[in-house]
Design a protein around this ligand. Structure first.
Ligand code: DC
Length: 229
């Protein structure tokens, strides 16, 4: 592994892990990887190229050749701005289908690891701690109750002006959680070495403070275990 410090933040959809991970990265001056965006981009690229989401080889080839630029807050796919297009419910469903395909996950592995650059990285997803950055000095499993997550997703969609139905969102989150947990490769799971952060009753600021406190403890422990020359 590269020796670059990585904070791995894994958890289910709509748990708030993206916002928390991004803010932690800002505070520490670290890079940020939204690994879910890569699966969403793959689903969108497949749809645009006429491949079905279940065609493993075709989708893996598309994933390997993704022409993506992360330009600050904007995401460009083959030079077109897809920042909003990858956030729809339909592409979220496509992402969870293509993410269950082993060849697709393999095609995206090195692309994710390439985000680990000095001075450090905060990476969020489902398998950051288990597969992509197994040596991360801090692993967080960030979750919230199904009801809280459904309400957050509902609020997000309505704030963006999209039509939203709470019952449909709850059912969809449930189906997506099941697909992410049950798949054979890199399933969503809380690892024994991951610290649990349940944000059901917690605001973003408090969650960020908790991750930062854990990070300072983890780096302190590391510093003490490396004898000075
Ligand atoms: O975090 P998100 O909702 O943007 O992720 C979209 C889908 O991609 C989600 O269903 C799970 C999948 N995913 C994954 O399998 N592994 C990751 N590291 C990140 C996301």
């Amino acid at each position: 592994m590269s020796g670059i410090p990585v904070i791995a933040v894994d958890g289910p959809s709509a748990s708030g892990k993206g916002t928390v991970a991004q803010r932690v990265a800002e505070v520490l001056g670290f890079h940020y990887l939204d690994s879910g965006a890569l699966y969403r981009l793959t689903a969108l690229a497949a749809e645009r190229q006429g491949a079905t989401w279940h065609d493993e080889q075709a989708v893996a080839d598309i994933a390997a050749k993704l022409d993506v630029v992360f330009d600050g807050a904007a995401i460009l796919l083959a030079k077109s701005d897809v920042t909003e297009a990858i956030r729809t419910e339909n592409i979220g469903i496509g992402a969870s289908i293509v993410a269950a395909l082993p060849l697709v996950r393999a095609a995206l592995l090195e692309r994710q690891r390439a985000f680990a650059l000095v001075p450090g990285l905060v990476a969020d997803g489902r398998d950051m701690g288990s597969t992509v950055f197994p040596h991360a000095p801090l692993k967080v499993f960030l979750t919230a109750s199904a009801e809280a997550r459904a309400e957050r997703r509902y609020k997000q969609l309505t704030e963006r002006g999209e039509a939203a139905d709470l019952a449909a969102i709850t059912a969809d989150l449930h189906a997506r959680d099941e697909r992410d947990r049950q798949r054979s490769v890199a399933p969503l799971q809380q690892l024994p070495d991951a610290l649990l952060l349940d944000t059901t009753e917690m605001g973003i600021a408090e969650a960020v403070q908790q991750v930062l406190a854990w990070w300072h403890t983890a780096t302190e422990v590391q510093r003490k275990s490396v004898p000075s020359a």
